[in-house]
Design a protein around this ligand. Structure first.
Ligand SMILES: NC(=O)c1ccc[n+]([C@@H]2O[C@H](COP(=O)([O-])OP(=O)(O)OC[C@H]3O[C@@H](n4cnc5c(N)ncnc54)[C@H](OP(=O)(O)O)[C@@H]3O)[C@@H](O)[C@H]2O)c1
Length: 259
């Protein structure tokens, strides 16, 4: 199967492209470095010709309106333009668990991108994943300062292995094309970990002394949404899999910043 991976040189997209190649597909990663720009549409239609599936891993949170929202809409339009002239195409798109009513600009744009896909009429499968292990680690490190971890009330992650997410996207790419827009079951990692638990894993990994945990209320905004665990699938919802945070961390270099 010919598969185009937009954002195919990014963290997730490169793994999707590698997995597609491993499964024997004719895969082509594209991005601005190959002359394909979602912000302008440059190179897009040409890159899609002959493809049966496009897996969209392109994104730029700093240019959310232009890339996340308008770029995703433009991609769906390009898919429809190409398939009008050739065979049907399936667009598989990565999104984020719990973005409905999440008070964060990037998550609002991810939701708007989903809405644009739903309105496009293209054959689309959206897969929402929880935060990747690396992002959960970044959150936990940023909430640890000078031997103190700040545990915002309730805040936890169900971080997921990016390599496993890539396999899930490929499974969807290989599945029959839907007739219109559909959401696949959300995917998450195998365990829920509080910020304090994540920070403790990182501390052990980095060989640092135990941090004191200071509990903070989550009064408003994004912290409140994280405190309510909107970023985690509801009990019994979604699918879980991939390496645990600890197994992923064991393969990462130790931090050298002494935090
Ligand atoms: N990180 C997480 O925890 C997490 C969790 C769930 C879902 N996701 C989703 O996973 C997706 C991929 O994330 P990632 O961490 O792999 O991102 P990434 O490493 O930053 O990769 C983004 C890719 O998008 C391309 N890109 C940026 N602007 C572009 C443009 N104007 N036109 C075409 N391509 C463009 C970049 O390549 P060039 O610069 O060469 O163009 C790059 O290959 C995102 O949609 C994100 O929302 C992430």
């Amino acid at each position: 199967m010919r598969i185009i991976v937009t954002g195919g040189f990014g963290d997730l997209g490169s793994r999707v492209a590698r997995e597609a190649d491993r499964r024997g597909h004719d895969v082509e990663p594209v991005s601005r470095r190959t002359g394909v720009d979602l912000a302008t549409g440059e190179g897009l239609v040409g890159a899609l010709r002959g493809a049966e599936v496009v897996v969209n891993c392109a994104d730029d949170p700093r240019r959310g309106d232009v890339v996340t929202v308008a770029g995703t809409r433009r991609l769906a339009e390009a898919v429809q333009a190409v398939e009008a002239a050739q065979a049907p195409m399936h667009l598989v798109h990565i999104s984020i668990v719990g973005i409905d009513n999440f008070p964060m600009a990037y998550y609002r744009r991810k939701l708007a991108a989903e809405a644009a896909l739903a309105a496009s009429g293209a054959a689309v499968t959206v897969l929402r994943a929880t935060q990747f292990h690396s992002l959960a680690a970044t959150f936990a490190r940023s909430l640890t300062r000078g031997g103190v971890t700040f545990q915002v009330a309730g805040m936890a992650f169900q971080p997921v292995d990016i390599d496993w997410v890539a396999t899930q996207l490929l499974d969807l790419a290989e599945a029959p094309r839907p007739t219109g827009y559909r959401r696949a079951p959300d995917v998450a990692g195998p365990e829920v970990l509080t910020v304090a638990q994540l920070a403790d894993c990182l501390r052990q990994h980095d060989g640092r002394k135990a941090a004191r945990v200071v509990r903070l209320p989550a009064p408003f905004g994004a912290l409140r949404a994280f405190g309510r665990r909107q970023n985690i699938p509801a009990a019994g919802q979604g699918r879980t899999g991939g390496r645990t945070f600890a197994d992923w961390l064991a393969e990462q270099p130790r931090a050298h910043d002494g935090r």
